[in-house]
Design a protein around this ligand. Structure first.
Ligand code: A2P
Length: 280
């Protein structure tokens, strides 16, 4: 296993096990430079979203990075204000215009319409999903999936004839959403971890600090390696060159089963507080 290792997707394609998250990086030059640096460091998966307002910079970085487009795996997402078939289609086209790319490797519904807010939550989500399925059938995107969909929200999409290939959810030590991960993995859905470092909130946890010393790794590497040993794809975000390289250097060590179990048993820690049952 090396940093080009992949997970299989349900459609037979593959997805890198570690990706570069771009949320909160400013559009234009800062994002373009970050993407170029990430590719140079060895990242092949670049994760953006309409909501991140930096797709233009991602496209600039992709064209500038020196690799063939086919060597990269680019993800974007449709935001919650653009739900339903028509708006999702329009949002996709707007994303593609900003990115300046011919196709996406992965397109995700960013948040489900949640039951607590919308009586027609199922129809809204299915409308978006049908747009994604059409884009997939037309070859505009190579894979489709969702983000922040708990099993209750995944099931109607699955019942509509196609299983999402990816579910990107909050996942880090102290917040592993086991029920959702188990459901996804039992159905062949690749789980992607957003905030795999709990946006730094977990980096001071005594158990993780102890294990970092034991394995002679950083706490971030313990978090990311823990993701991989759960077959979860991690998309850490950083613009710091050292941390960029460090977050990809995850294959020369293994967390022992008893230490994995100790991390798994951590009480809730570092949770963002963003609940898809309310937020979507
Ligand atoms: P920075 O960009 O200054 O490196 P997450 O991926 O969970 O959202 O966390 C992102 C945050 O974690 C960013 O603030 C980033 O800061 C920081 N970060 C990323 N990689 C590391 C690392 N290896 N060690 C410490 N902090 C990191």
């Amino acid at each position: 296993m090396d940093h080009f290792a992949t997970y299989p997707l349900l459609n037979g394609l593959t997805i890198p096990q570690v990706g570069f998250g771009t949320s909160q990086i400013a559009d234009g030059e800062p994002t373009a430079e970050a993407v170029v640096a990430a590719v140079k460091a060895g990242y092949r998966l670049i994760d953006t979203a309409a909501r991140y307002n930096n797709e233009t910079g991602v496209g600039m970085g992709v064209r500038r990075c020196g690799l063939d487009r086919s060597e990269l795996f680019i993800t974007s997402k449709v935001w919650g204000t653009e739900r339903g078939y028509d708006k999702t289609m329009a949002s996709f086209e707007a994303s593609m215009d900003r990115l300046g790319l011919d196709y996406l490797d992965l397109f995700l519904i960013h948040w489900p319409a949640c039951e607590s807010k919308y009586t027609d939550w199922k129809e809204q989500n299915l409308g978006s999903w049908r747009a994604l399925k059409e884009l997939y059938a037309a070859g505009r995107v190579k894979a489709i999936g969702v983000a922040n969909f708990m099993p209750k929200y995944l099931q109607p999409l699955m019942d509509d004839g196609m299983v999402p290939m990816v579910n990107q959810i909050e996942f880090h030590p102290g917040y592993m959403q086991k029920e959702c991960v188990d459901f996804c993995q039992a159905n062949g859905i690749v789980v992607e971890a957003w905030s795999p470092l709990g946006r730094r909130r977990v980096l001071d946890h005594p158990l993780l600090v102890e294990l970092a010393a034991k394995y002679d790794k950083s706490v971030a590497q313990i978090c990311l390696r823990w993701c991989l040993q759960h077959n979860v794809l991690a998309i850490p975000k950083t613009v710091n060159p050292e941390r960029l390289a460090q977050n990809l250097d995850l294959y020369g060590f293994e967390i022992a089963a008893d230490d994995m179990a100790r991390i798994d048993a951590m009480p809730e820690y570092g949770y963002s507080g963003i609940d898809p049952e309310v937020f979507g």
